[in-house]
Write a protein that binds this ligand. Sequence first.
Ligand code: NAG
Ligand code: NAG
Ligand code: NAG
Ligand code: NAG
Ligand code: NAG
Length: 470
Amino acid sequence: MARRCCRLRNILICVCTPCCCLTALSIYAIVTISLQVNSMMLGHVPRVSSNLASPHFVAAGASSNGSNPSVPKTFWERHLRSDALWNRLQRHVDRHFNPIVRKEKSDTLLERSSFDESLLPQSYFEVTGMDSVRENFERLPKQVEEFASNMHKRNYSILIRPDGECGAQSKQEKEPPLILFAIKSTALNFRNRQVIRQTWGRVGWVEGQRINSSDGDMGGGYIRRVFLLGKETPEDLGVDISHLLRAESKRHGDILQWDFKDTFFNLTLKDVLFWRWFSRHCGKPLFVLKGDDDVFINTPKLISYLQDQLEEHRSRNTLHEFMVGEVIGSALPNRVSRSKYFIPEGFYRGLYPMYAGGGGVVYSGELARRLHNISKTIHLFPIDDVYVGMCMIRLNAHPVHHPAFRTFDFTEKEEAQPCSYHTILLVHRRSPREVVDLWANLKDTREQCQDVPLRAVEKKKQRATPPPSV
Ligand SMILES: *[C@@H]1O[C@H](CO)[C@@H](O)[C@H](O)[C@H]1NC(C)=O
Ligand SMILES: *[C@@H]1O[C@H](CO)[C@@H](O)[C@H](O)[C@H]1NC(C)=O
Ligand SMILES: *[C@@H]1O[C@H](CO)[C@@H](O)[C@H](O)[C@H]1NC(C)=O
Ligand SMILES: *[C@@H]1O[C@H](CO)[C@@H](O)[C@H](O)[C@H]1NC(C)=O
Ligand SMILES: *[C@@H]1O[C@H](CO)[C@@H](O)[C@H](O)[C@H]1NC(C)=O
């Protein structure tokens, strides 16, 4: 009996000692993580490791290098301490959502509304009311200052609405549309829009095309379409073309125009206002493609690709965070004052978050609705795709890189290969004329190229070194 007790005690010691150690270790880990979260003042800790592990494209020339040793490792870490205008504004908002100090506002609540929509304008006026900030404001270059003085406004009204409940659609639609093409256009680009309507952006049923030779059933899906426009003033154009747009809208029913000036820095408004419109009017589309009006899209392959993704993400229950495109990681703000992308240090400091190039990106309808909600807690940023990246980080969602999205075009050598356009889903910068030719060519070579697979995800081929850790 005593021997048995002894054995039992040994076993207990063997089992309990590691248990106690583990418990102590866990407590240590929890405290450390809490402190970390606290210092980041965030509801979500970005999954940095999974971030870096996913293959992504690093924009040439935009990545950090040895000459810039103080680049922060992650996006939200450093900017919180900076005095640049955007960083200050966002820090002010983030304090409301500190998960430790204000538990009730953190986490899912942050996403699931219950925050006040006046929060952003309120923080804007509180921060810009400070003398030190006003001085900083006046030193900003003109274009950035113009953005900064309007960045608290986003309730612009709709001037032209599309016909259908959620964009132009075919009358025969018999099942929920697979994809809504939401194309950023400007008033004068009549030809771009017309060519899109006649080629890759035609509404109605589109049959898929195999994306690799082992693919079986092709399936298909319904397409819908909407063009996203701001306003060009008669003063800027010299003529008033609003009646032309109305005629175009009457005829095609695919124009969504808001009452704000259509400038490069106002493009972010097309994201947030599109998300708002989509959340109100579009219960059905499974995916959204948001892109420029000078892209070419291989619609049949996109359909098949998305059917596959639908199946996969539904089975893994991850459709609510699905976004795919050409992913840019570790990009630094452009500090060249002549550039269209110029962001001075006085406005924003820190790395950009990982983001998908705005030339063409696809995400799920569910994600669009979540982006709409989260965007109410993030101040507008002048570069639209970077802003979407900021929203994604907040949702703890990460865009997936796919090499068949060529928002930076492909090389001449790649393009010259037969069937090259059968290997891509989207390519940026094609004139209306080229789009017509490419579309015809895609049809003509369909048989010949039917077994050509999509470009595959490259294996860990990063062009630049990851940013040095701080
Ligand atoms: C490093 O970045 C600086 C600008 O920040 C640039 O002038 C330089 O050419 C870059 N060096 C390399 C090796 O890319
Ligand atoms: C936007 O909101 C402001 C302040 O609440 C209001 O004065 C303005 O009329 C609104 N604009 C539109 C177009 O609704
Ligand atoms: C081919 O497509 C199927 C799904 O249709 C997918 O499961 C498979 O991984 C793909 N194969 C390759 C080599 O990409
Ligand atoms: C954006 O649009 C608003 C409303 O038309 C305008 O007041 C503002 O100047 C525009 N911002 C930029 C940066 O062009
Ligand atoms: C967005 O917020 C609304 C309330 O404003 C909520 O009803 C809805 O469920 C939220 N949507 C998502 C996708 O979280």
